[in-house]
Design a protein around this ligand. Structure first.
Ligand code: UDP
Length: 393
């Protein structure tokens, strides 16, 4: 008998880089020998709905130029009732496109890796009499928008205890929530790449203290000012800049005749694990994906700012666990970098990565496979009850 592979659809939106990265991480963690067929769909684009189909571009633009608009959207829609009303309105405008998308794929399971897709998926499932389970993977660490708690998912997998409590407060039954850790790509866990090897791969100086700066997929967070200060105040350091999708910044830096030789500029990269391994310290906005990758690869973090309300809690999360610093002022950050450089020289690294779960993508993959293979019913999640959910935390 031929075994037909099961199909999983990952519903995301390319708002920032984090949702796609999380879906890709889970797919990589699913057993390659026994792997279901996986596809990633930008479900907000698939609506074809004006404003939503351009969500990635609008999000990028606002994150860099008009952050207040992103924050206003967050505040005005931050209630389950409002999100349900919005979802219903959008669904009835674009139900044909969405139903077609699902019909084309005919999934056995849908994994929602963006809060605004959960309600749309629930309505498609209900109105097309489908039975595929919906598993939500939450990718914000602490400050959760109400839409993450949209009813309709069979399980909610959360990266932190803070996220667990937040969902419970929004009304999600605790028995449907599992604390798995954040889905960091296995290439970060597996590749505790030796620093010198990573530097050789990148063709950069082997023995120079190295600072990595990234602004998430968008390349957000006042990076230009930071780069100017780093060039002046950390002139003996090697500086790696990842501009992500911020093409304007990339072009500006590439065309800058006065750019220091020690400043390396990269656009959107697919080898973040190598760049992080090559570095001694990571400077970033408070993006959850970047923070968790930096923690996994065991580098101290300097968080510059929260780009959007949803990132605010991530700063405290990092500081409380002594995983890095919050420093919005570039000159002050350079002092911290020089202190870290001294510690690295003396092999005296101070940060504490031990209590964080870094194999979240594996845990999530295990749960997906168990559910897909019918081990345990979705209505009574088979994994853990309230207390044991926190095992390993
Ligand atoms: N990323 C990447 N290439 C880049 C810039 C970012 O692969 O050039 C990845 C990064 O490794 C992380 C994600 O994009 O997985 C960014 O997620 P985060 O939550 O930090 O911020 P967001 O972009 O979602 O705002």
């Amino acid at each position: 008998m031929i075994d037909i592979p099961k199909k999983i659809m990952f519903a995301i939106s390319d708002t920032g880089g984090g949702h796609r990265s999380a879906a890709t991480a889970i797919i990589a963690a699913l057993d390659p020998n026994n792997s279901p067929q996986c596809s990633i769909v930008d479900f907000l684009r698939a609506t074809g709905f004006p404003g939503l189909k351009q969500a990635p571009e609008i999000y990028d633009y606002c994150s860099i130029n008009h952050l207040w608009l992103n924050n206003l959207f967050f505040q005005k829609t931050n209630s389950i009732n409002r999100i349900n009303a919005l979802t219903r309105m959008i669904y009835f405008q674009c139900r044909q496109q969405l139903e077609r998308e699902l019909k084309n794929i005919e999934p056995d399971m849908v994994v929602a890796v963006h809060p605004l897709v959960i309600g749309l998926l629930r309505m498609v499932r209900k109105n097309s009499n489908a039975t595929w389970p919906i598993i939500t993977v939450v990718t914000d660490l602490v400050t959760l928008h109400a839409s993450w708690a949209t009813p309709g998912a069979d399980l909610y997998l959360v990266p932190t205890q803070e996220a667990f409590h937040s969902l419970v407060k929004y009304g999600v039954p605790g028995s449907r929530i599992i604390f798995t850790g954040f889905p960091v790509h296995p290439k970060f866990t597996g590749s505790q790449v030796i620093q010198s090897e990573a530097r050789t791969k990148l063709n950069i100086e082997l023995d120079r203290f190295t600072v990595l700066m990234t602004g998430g997929g968008v390349g957000a967070g006042n990076m230009r000012e930071w780069i100017n200060t780093l060039e002046q105040e950390c002139c003996d350091k090697q500086i790696l800049i990842i501009t992500g999708n911020n093409k304007q910044l990339y072009n500006e830096l590439m065309n800058d005749q006065n750019r220091s030789d020690r400043l390396r500029v990269y656009g959107f990269v697919s080898n973040m694990e190598t760049l992080m391994s090559a570095s001694d310290v990571i400077i970033s906005k408070a993006g959850p994906g970047t923070i968790m990758e930096g923690i996994t690869i065991k580098r101290p973090l300097i968080i510059t700012e929260a780009v959007g309300i949803q990132e605010t809690g991530n700063i405290d999360y990092t500081i409380k666990r002594q995983l890095g610093y919050y420093c919005p002022i570039p000159t002050a950050a350079c002092k911290i970098i020089n202190e870290i450089a001294t510690k690295v020289r003396n092999d005296d690294r101070l940060y504490n990565h031990e209590e964080i779960i870094t194999n979240g993508s594996m845990r999530i993959a295990d749960i997906i496979l168990a559910q897909l293979n019918g081990i345990g019913s979705i209505n009574q999640p088979p994994i853990e009850e309230h207390n044991t959910i926190f095992r390993g935390a």
